[in-house]
Ligand binder design. Structure first.
Ligand code: M7G
Length: 330
C-alpha cells in the first residue's frame, strides 16, 4: 500500500473518533477517563480567558496560549491541521471562493472550506503547572554540558524535586486513558511497552506520524539510567515498535526516526517514533538520541550513559539551568 493509500485508510476508518482532541479539564479526575454521556462537541474552552500568547509561529500555524478555565491555569495549543490529499476533491467541490486579485494568468482567492475540512487541532493542559507554562514559552536556550558526576550531584536531585507528574503515563499503562488508541501492547513486566499515537499527532495523515512507546518498567527515568541490562527491553521496543508501525501504517523502518530525548520532559522511559522527513519538535541533534545508537553504545560499554558527558539545551528560565549556574558549570 502506498503512503497515500495509508492516509486514506487512517482518515476513513478512524476519522470521527480521532478528531476529538480537546478534553474536559480534569482538576480532580486523576484517571483521565472521559465522561460517558458528554456531548461530542461540548466546548470546554467557551469560558477560557486568555492571559498571554506564550509563543506562536505563522509558518507552522501554531499558537501556545496561556489563560484560565474557571479558576484553573490552562495552556491551550492551537494548530492548523495539514491539508489531506484524500480531502482535495471535497475541498474543491464544497468550498466557497472569493476572488482577491486577478492579473494576467495569476489569480488569488480566499477559500472558505467546509468546517470539517478546516479544523484546528487543540490540546488543552488544565490545570497547568508553572512548569507547563514555561515549557511552552518561547525563550532563549543554552547548551549545557553534563558529566556523569553533574548528573548525580545537580540534575538528579533537581528532577527528583521538580518533575512533571507522570499520572498520564500510568493511566496509559493501566488502560485508564487512551486504551482505544493503543497500537501495540506488550504486557511483559521486564521488556514490555505500550505503543500509541503521541498527543502531538492528529493521526489524519502518516506524513507527520508520531508515536511513543512507553516502557512498562517504572524505575527508568531517562537515558542516564540505562545500562546493558536494559538491552533486551530496548531491542524489544525497537523491533516490535517498527513491526507494529509497518503493520498499522504501512511505513517501513527505513522511513522512521526512532529516538529518546535527553533531557525528556517526563522522567519515565519512552521512545519517540516519528516519520523521517517530518521535522518533529525536539528531533534535533542537541536533544534526540537515536535508539539504534543507544543500543550500540550500551553493547560497547555497559555503563556508557552513566559516565558519558551529555549535552542538551535548557531554556533561560529553567530551574535546572539555574542549578548548573549555581554549581559553576555554566
Ligand atoms: P518528552 O521527551 O518527555 O518531552 O516526550 P517533550 O514533550 O518535551 O517532547 C514526551 C512525549 O509524550 C511528547 O512527545 C508528548 O507530546 C507526549 N505526551 C505528553 N502527554 C501529556 C501525553 C498524553 O497525555 N498522551 C499521549 N499519547 N502523549 C503524550
Amino acid at each position: 500500500m502506498s503512503t497515500v493509500a495509508a492516509k486514506r485508510e487512517i482518515s476513513s476508518a478512524e476519522n470521527d473518533e480521532l478528531s476529538r482532541e480537546a478534553k474536559r479539564p480534569k482538576a480532580d479526575d486523576k484517571n483521565g477517563e472521559e465522561g460517558g454521556n458528554e456531548s461530542e462537541w461540548e466546548n470546554v474552552l467557551s469560558t477560557f480567558t486568555t492571559s498571554s500568547v506564550l509563543s506562536d509561529s505563522a509558518r507552522e500555524k501554531i499558537m501556545f496560549v496561556h489563560g484560565k478555565i474557571a479558576d484553573h491555569d490552562a495552556v491551550v495549543v492551537l494548530e492548523k491541521t495539514p491539508i489531506r490529499e484524500d480531502s482535495l476533491a471535497e475541498l474543491f467541490r464544497g468550498s466557497k471562493l472569493r476572488l482577491e486579485l486577478r492579473n494576467d494568468i495569476y489569480s488569488s482567492y480566499r477559500l472558505q472550506a467546509p468546517p470539517h475540512l478546516n479544523e484546528i487541532k487543540t490540546t488543552v493542559v488544565c490545570p497547568a503547572t508553572e512548569k507547563h507554562v514555561k515549557k511552552y514559552k518561547r525563550q532563549e536556550s543554552f547548551l549545557v554540558e553534563e558529566t556523569g558526576e553533574d548528573y548525580r550531584s545537580i540534575t538528579l536531585p533537581y528532577i527528583q524535586e521538580q518533575s512533571l507528574s507522570l499520572q498520564w503515563v500510568y493511566n496509559i499503562l493501566e488502560k485508564k486513558a487512551e486504551a482505544d488508541k493503543i497500537v501495540h501492547d506488550d504486557a511483559d513486566p521486564e521488556v514490555g511497552f505500550v505503543l500509541l499515537p503521541d498527543l502531538k499527532w492528529d493521526q489524519k495523515q502518516v506524513d507527520d506520524l508520531y508515536l511513543i512507546a512507553i516502557v512498562r518498567q517504572k524505575d527508568i527515568k531517562s537515558l542516564r539510567d540505562l545500562s546493558s541490562e536494559h538491552l533486551p527491553l530496548l531491542q524489544n521496543v525497537f523491533q516490535r515498535g517498527k513491526e507494529a508501525i509497518l503493520q498499522r501504517y504501512n511505513l517501513p523502518a527505513s522511513k522512521l526516526r526512532v529516538y529518546l530525548h535527553y533531557q525528556p520532559s517526563y522522567y519515565h522511559l519512552h521512545v519517540h517514533f516519528t516519520k523521517l522527513g517530518y521535522d518533529a519538535p525536539g528531533c534535533g541533534v542537541e536533544r534526540a538520541h537515536l535508539l539504534s545508537d543507544v543500543i550500540q553504545n550500551l553493547q560497547t560499554n555497559p555503563q556508557f550513559y552513566k559516565s558519558r558527558t551529555l549535552h542538551f539545551p535548557l531554556r533561560a528560565d529553567d530551574g535546572l539551568l539555574r542549578r548548573f549556574k549555581e554549581a559553576g558549570r555554566l
